[in-house]
Design a protein around this ligand. Structure first.
Ligand SMILES: [Zn+2]
Length: 267
């Protein structure tokens, strides 16, 4: 009897794999994809799969509005679709295991940041943040930034925070998530560190160019990518999903690694 009950339970779990959830309703999909070229460009089968993942995401996450934030149904649908875009071809349940709460605030928030340099000097500074990941804990998102995410310019706070979650899935945040079988860790690190150093150089030169107009505008990626290897990875993911050509032209090796990671069929 005992064994049968277990089989029944496993049968239930099998039936409720993320991809078995009923797709997000057509209306919600049309609304969320209307101004989001990357969603509109999906092949019909991929779009349907993403809508199922989004339903699974909505039914397994807890949304916690804070500070008077009032998320609409459309906001939640957008968050779910953009959050599942990176795991469209991955084992979504495994990658998203261990966290379930999304704290939603109305707009970008200022967070007291602290950094310690090699000599142990602590610098505190205010940094404008539109999203934040706290270890395996909640993801914090600003609704204003969610609404500006995925519109085609390469900015996507949801993909950015999910990228940090993937990065930290096993071990620390360092810009290298646990890779698929067959992928080379050294090729990953080489591709990313070379691109990161190059990008930091470009940002330095752009800022030395001072007030010369548009210096930062000519950067191939969002300037924030120069912060650290883990931010470079998260920003590269935003561009990979929304302005892939721009990323490929600037950093073909990074684009190739991300393609292997996100797109190649599971072996
Ligand atoms: Zn970040």
């Amino acid at each position: 009897m005992e064994g049968r009950r277990h089989m029944g339970l496993f049968g239930f779990l099998r039936r409720t794999r993320p991809t078995d959830f009923p797709p997000l309703p057509e209306q919600a999909w049309l609304e969320a994809s209307r101004y989001r070229p990357a969603l509109r460009a999906l092949a019909p089968g991929d779009a349907l799969r993403l809508r199922s993942l989004a339903s699974w995401f909505l039914s397994t996450r807890e949304f916690s509005p804070s500070g008077g934030a009032a998320p609409t149904e459309a906001d939640l649908a957008s968050i779910a679709l953009l959050a599942c875009l990176p795991v469209l071809r991955l084992d979504a349940a495994w990658w998203f295991r261990g966290w379930s709460t999304l704290v939603l605030v109305h707009e970008s928030f200022t967070s007291r940041m602290e950094s310690v340099d090699r000599a142990g000097v602590v610098t505190e500074y205010d940094d404008e943040l539109s999203g934040q990941v706290t270890g395996m804990g909640p993801v914090l998102l600003s609704l204003q930034d969610v609404r500006e995410s995925g519109l085609g310019d390469g900015y996507d706070v949801v993909v950015h925070e999910v990228a940090h979650k993937l990065d930290g899935r096993e071990g620390e945040l360092d810009g290298c998530p646990p890779l698929r079988r067959g992928m080379s860790g050294s090729a990953w690190r080489e591709s990313f560190s070379e691109a990161f150093l190059d990008f930091r150089g470009r940002v330095d030169r752009a800022s030395r160019g001072g007030r010369r107009r548009g210096a930062a505008g000519r950067l191939p990626l969002d300037e924030y990518a120069a912060e650290s290897p883990e931010e470079f990875f998260a920003v590269a993911c935003e561009h990979f999903f929304h302005t892939p050509r721009r990323l490929e032209q600037a950093y073909p090796a990074v684009h190739a690694r991300l393609s292997e990671f996100f797109i190649a069929p599971e072996s």
